[in-house]
Design a binder for this molecule. Structure first.
Ligand code: FE2
Length: 328
C-alpha cells in the first residue's frame, strides 16, 4: 500500500510523541486503515427494451468487471469490486405496467445478467420494481399471485424484500423502502420490517460496522435541491413522502443507540450526494440510467458507485461514469 500524505502526517505526529509515549501507542496510531470490502453499487438501472438500455446496462457491467477503479484519495487502487449491489428500480417500470410488459422487462433483466455478469450480486427493491400497485393504470386487481412485491422477490430469489448478511468484517443490510400509499407509495418501513431490522441489528456485534442500502434515501438534501417553486406566501418547502423516508426520525433514534451503523447508501434520486451527519455517511449514488436512458439527469452522468469499506468503520465512495451516451 502506498503511503498517503494523511498517513505521513499521522505517522509524523506519532514520531514526535515517541519520547514521551510507549511503543504500543505508536503502533496503534500509525496503523493505516485496510480496505475490507469493495462494492459496486449500481442503482436505478430502469432496464427496458427501448433506448438501447440493455446494451447500456451490459456496458456498465463490463466496466464494473474489467475497468480499474481508482479510489481513496491519492492512493491508486485498481482492484475490482468484491460484489455488486443493485439499488432498486431494476426495470423501467412494473408499478403501472400490465403483466405482459412486466414479464418482458424481467426476462430482459435475466438475460442481460446471465450474458454479462459473472459476479456475486445482491439486489434492493425499488418502487418501479413493485408490480401493479397503480391498479387503474396496470389493470391489476390486487389478487394476482405475483401482485406487488411477490414478483420482484421471486426474481431476486428471496422470500422477503429485505435481507442482511456479513461480508469482510462488515454487516450489510438491504432494506425495502417502498410502502403503499393509496395507489402510489411513500418511503418507509412497515412494522414487520422495523421489528426485523431492530432484531437484526441487535444481534450484530457492536464492534462490527454496518452499512445500510435502501432505494429511497433515509436522509438526503437532494429533495431540497429538486423542490419545485413555492409561492412566497407559503414560505415553506414541501417534500413529497415518495422522495425520502418519512420515518427518518425513527432511523436517527436507532442510529443514536447503535453507533456501529456507519453508512447508508441509496438511489432513487438519480443524483450524486454525500452527506455526513452525526457519525453516519449518507450516499446517494446516481443512476446507471441517468435520466432514464435519455441523457444526463441534472448533470448526473450514466454511472455507478464504487463503495469501499474499511476495517476502522470508514467508508469512501467514488462515482464512476461508464462512458455511455444516450441513443440518438
Ligand atoms: Fe429510479
Amino acid at each position: 500500500m502506498t503511503t498517503t500524505r494523511r498517513d505521513f502526517l499521522v505517522t509524523g505526529a506519532a514520531s514526535v510523541c515517541l519520547a514521551a509515549a510507549a511503543a504500543p501507542t505508536l503502533a496503534a496510531v500509525s496503523t493505516p486503515r485496510t480496505r475490507r470490502l469493495r462494492i459496486a453499487h449500481l442503482t436505478d438501472i430502469h432496464l427496458q427494451p427501448e433506448l438501447e438500455a440493455a446494451r447500456g446496462f451490459a456496458a456498465c457491467l463490463a466496466h464494473v468487471q474489467t475497468r480499474p477503479a481508482v479510489i481513496d484519495g491519492d492512493v491508486a487502487d485498481s482492484s475490482p469490486p468484491d460484489l455488486i449491489i443493485t439499488g432498486g428500480d431494476t426495470i423501467m417500470d412494473a408499478f403501472e405496467a400490465d403483466m405482459a410488459r412486466t414479464k418482458l422487462q424481467w426476462e430482459l433483466w435475466r438475460k442481460v445478467k446471465a450474458d454479462h455478469c459473472g459476479m456475486e450480486m445482491h439486489s434492493v427493491v425499488g418502487n418501479h420494481d413493485v408490480w401493479g400497485w397503480a391498479r387503474g393504470k396496470a389493470g391489476t386487481t390486487g389478487t394476482e399471485p405475483l401482485y406487488g412485491k411477490r414478483w420482484v422477490c421471486d426474481e431476486f430469489g428471496r422470500e422477503l424484500p429485505y435481507t442482511s448478511f456479513d461480508r469482510g468484517g462488515w454487516h450489510l443490510v438491504l432494506l425495502d423502502s417502498v410502502f403503499p400509499n393509496e395507489q402510489s407509495y411513500i418511503g418507509r418501513l412497515d412494522d414487520a420490517q422495523w421489528d426485523w431490522l431492530e432484531r437484526d441489528l441487535a444481534a450484530v456485534d457492536p464492534a462490527t460496522p454496518v452499512i445500510i442500502f435502501s432505494h429511497i434515501p433515509i436522509l438526503s438534501a437532494t429533495p431540497l435541491a429538486v423542490a419545485g417553486p413555492t409561492s412566497p406566501e407559503v414560505g415553506s418547502i414541501q417534500i413529497p413522502g415518495g422522495r425520502i423516508h418519512v420515518d427518518g426520525d425513527r432511523f436517527q433514534k436507532l442510529f443514536t443507540r447503535q453507533r456501529n451503523i456507519k453508512a447508508c447508501a441509496s438511489g432513487h434520486m438519480h443524483l450524486v450526494e454525500q452527506l455526513d451527519y452525526q457519525g453516519v455517511r449518507y450516499l446517494c449514488n446516481g443512476a446507471v440510467s441517468a435520466g432514464w436512458w435519455k441523457g444526463l439527469n441534472r448533470g448526473t452522468d450514466f454511472g455507478y458507485a464504487v463503495v469501499d469499506l474499511f476495517d476502522d468503520g470508514t467508508v469512501e465512495r467514488r462515482y464512476i461514469p461508464y462512458g455511455w451516451t444516450a441513443a440518438t
